[in-house]
Write a protein that binds this ligand. Sequence first.
Ligand SMILES: [Zn+2]
Ligand SMILES: [Zn+2]
Length: 198
Amino acid sequence: MPRTFMKANIASLLGNVGATASFHFSENMDSIIADKGEARLARPVLVDVSLLNTGNRLLADFDVRADVVARCSRCLSEFTFPIRLKFKEEYKKAPETALKTQRLDGSEKPAGTGEAEDEAGNEIFAFYGDNIDFKEAVRQNLILALPMKFVCREACRGLCPVCGKNLNEGECGCSREEDSRWSPLRDVLDNLYRQSKS
Ligand SMILES: [Zn+2]
Ligand SMILES: [Zn+2]
């Protein structure tokens, strides 16, 4: 049976304002970046989370580390893209009425943790019972940390459009004259640039 490692029992924190607890998880989350083309996780995601009971909320302080193996969009070589994320989220215990309604209408026992809104309309997480599942918070924040396009380094020179050689490894000797059809456009841009400077 698959275990959900990112679940923590927080019963001892509830009703105990000022109480803290910390948890550590190591979980394979490959599926979260499955839609990012060729990117995959080099190892399980490491998650440290510290919880503080602030009264009617639990404040969660996350420290997440992940190594993504990605393919550079310019030179096509694989490289490791390290991610270190620190963020906070708030968790609020869902009211018992919500729990009862869901059970009375015959639906499944509600999922451990879901998204909700607080009184001010801010997005927070709601949990039922004594367990919090941190996976959704980690998933959302990791996805936000992934770039639209992976580039192995800012100065990556990419591949020669003529012979396909990786130009980071040296020149190939091809003459890569700029396509002359673009030169009128470049003249326009040059003029605009000069005008903006004068
Ligand atoms: Zn590259
Ligand atoms: Zn070349």
